[in-house]
Design a protein around this ligand. Sequence first.
Ligand code: ASP
Ligand code: MG
Length: 404
Amino acid sequence: MKRIVIKFGGTSVGSIEKIINAAKIVKRRHEEGNEVIVVVSAMSGTTNDLINKSKKISEDFSKSELDVLMSSGEQISSSLLAGAIIKLGIKARSWLGWQIPILTNNIHASSQIMQIKTDEIVNFISRKGVAVIAGFQGITEKNRITTLGRGGSDLSAVAIAKFFQTESCDIYTDVDGVQTTDPSINEKAKKIDKISYEEMLEMSSLGAKVMQPSAVQTAMKNNIPVHVRSTFSEKHGTKIVSENDIEDKNIITGITYSKKNAKVSIVGVVDKPGVAADVFEPIGENNINIDMVIQNTSLDGKNANITFTIKQEDLKKTLSIIEKNKKKIDYKKVTHDDKLAKISIIGAGMIASPGVTHKMFRSLADEKINILAISTSEIKISVLIREELTQKAVKTLHNTFGLN
Ligand code: ASP
Ligand code: MG
């Protein structure tokens, strides 16, 4: 007998009809002889609606109360799904995070799971029951409700796979699997059959929305095989596995983009040790994430320009922090641009194939797309371009790297 986790995303339980469909999938997996633990996300749109309600009270709504509010979405979907499974003649029961409990740290709205108690649920599934667990939520040692960050029911599923030592973790969603790029901007996107944890981590961090990055990280750390697949067909989806388990590797596996990036350049800062630290320290202290950084020295070696990128929504605050910091960092001027996109090509195969970088740049140049900043890691290259050129860039690169 196999023990499995199956997770349904918001669109897979987005209506009563869809919940009944999900219950049928659970029934089938149960009848195959598996011990089934189901993890469920809130019905699509619910979490956003709840957040919007809180914003009407305050843009700065208490984070701990927001967690109580947001977690209610999964209470609805888990009970409806458990009820639908019972209706199909199978023993089932829902569990909220605190009832298990799923213990987290106390960082509200982006908690990490520390421990999951397993005995009660193990007992239930070993007696042919299906456990339906509300994703996205947990509880602190002090009995406060927490949530795991947007998209966090993926993390619930993977962590449950880890603590219950299940054989597999299936993520049921509204697409066939992980795609080579976003099909809504490139109709040539194709499903990827197998992808490594490392590649998937880059893909999800750089814009692919199928899986939450911390969920991928947890799967990678614990070597949990994940299968991303469609709720609406029985087709094989995408297996996320360790690199050694992938036979035929492409140089580039996928292309992602993220819009709403902003770029700030601080022109004419004095070139001496400690300047970059002085620039970035107060920005970091305000919880603003810096993404790409470029520093260039001027010809006389006295002044430097520091350019960096952040999320568009952080631009205003960042500019005011720099302004306030003027006494300490002494610069000539600050320029900024806020309609930029980051396009990334990802592939473990690039480690062993030189020439990927220039191929990418040449292909963008041929389309007259100007590159504003570049950053690389072993398995990805990202470029910053004007936002309106996103689709053109993605299509070109998809073709250049043989993904069409
Ligand atoms: N319902 C939560 C959200 O919308 C968690 C999830 O869907 O994974 O972020
Ligand atoms: Mg999701």
